[in-house]
Design a protein around this ligand. Structure first.
Ligand code: FAD
Length: 293
């Protein structure tokens, strides 16, 4: 089933992101994680794609296939294009089709410093259009509540979002954010721009200080004062910081659901404990919202 159909069938869509284990670890190490996540009954699970040509990319299709075929949970395979040749992209698309995966998150990917793009796809619209014309995948794409790191003018991001939809994206997944106002602002502007595809909020529970530093450097997202206080207060107490990070994410999620957003995608970081704690805490809310007419 296409992810966009899930949004038509449900009031609220709740899903998880996982990443393939590094090449030095056996692939089986992810299966226990999927096993535990599947018990939480997410609407779909997405699997990330490494930057260009790494072995973990082959694992994306394999893991997505396990999610879809063994657990009967819809799978969304991430696919980046900037560091791949057309042959590599064709190979991945063929492999995903063969494995019965029905959805891809079509991305440009990050430009490797000093590296030249390898193939013919220079931005996300090009891979979206190519996948649309050459397959029956449901196509998702990325969006950025605080703007993409490379964008000098945030209004351009909205133009790009519209271009992604016109190219064939039927669902948008957001970059992580820690202040819901950025997401509401994006929803508002997208609506004014006539963008109809559902926009799902990406939420990441932060459980250590290193993680937050990495997120800032990769996404450039803003950390609100309230959250900085929490990190500084508990940075040397692992359990307290984990619990405070989960509580912060829960607060964001409850606010998002209560404000009527269409879905939340939880960046699980392959940590079933986090996913379980959050999902169990909102189980009555999820049941309530999806029982509404
Ligand atoms: P694009 O939409 O192409 O945008 C990239 C930049 O180019 C933006 O600044 C945009 O404004 C500009 N731009 C785009 N089109 C045009 C145009 N026509 N004219 C002018 N400017 C243009 N990375 C991975 O390597 N693996 C993953 O699995 C992965 N998963 C992700 C999941 C989500 C939900 C998100 C939000 C990001 C993910 N990323 C992943 C990171 C992503 O690859 C980077 O953010 C990348 O820099 C941009 O990808 P994009 O598809 O949004 O690119």
């Amino acid at each position: 089933m296409h992810i966009s159909k899930l949004f038509k069938d449900k009031v609220f869509v709740y899903s998880f992101e996982i990443f393939p284990p590094k090449a030095v670890y056996p692939i089986d190490s992810i299966y226990t994680t999927i096993d535990e996540l599947s018990e939480l009954k997410p609407d779909f699970i997405s699997v990330t794609y490494g930057a260009g040509g790494s072995i973990t990319n082959n694992r994306t299709a394999e893991i997505a296939s396990i999610i879809k075929n063994k657990y009967s949970i819809e799978a969304l395979a991430h696919l980046t294009c900037i560091n791949s040749t057309q042959e590599q992209i064709d190979h991945v698309i063929k492999d995903l089709k063969k494995k019965g995966v029905e959805n891809i998150l079509a991305l440009r990917g990050d430009i490797i410093e000093g590296g030249e793009p390898l193939g013919i796809f220079k931005n996300s619209q090009e891979i979206i259009r190519y996948a649309k014309e050459n397959s029956n995948f449901g196509i998702s794409a990325a969006c950025y509540p605080e703007g993409h790191m490379e964008s000098k003018d945030k209004s351009i991001d909205l133009e790009i979002l519209k271009l992604k939809e016109e190219a064939g994206a039927e669902h948008f997944m957001s970059q992580v954010f820690f202040d819901n106002k950025y997401f509401y602002d994006l929803l508002d502007k997208a609506e004014k721009k006539g963008i109809k595809s559902p926009i799902q909020a990406g939420i990441m529970p932060v459980i250590n200080k290193k993680q937050i530093e990495r997120i800032i450097s990769l996404s450039g997202c803003t950390i609100p004062e309230k959250f900085i206080k929490i990190i500084n207060k508990y940075e040397y107490d692992k359990v307290a910081l984990r619990d405070a990070g989960i509580a912060y994410a829960l607060d964001q999620i409850v606010d998002l659901i209560s404000s009527g957003v269409k879905g939340v995608h939880l960046y699980t970081m392959n940590n079933p404990y986090i996913a379980k704690t959050i999902t169990n805490s909102i189980s009555s809310i999820l049941a309530s919202v999806n029982n509404q007419d």
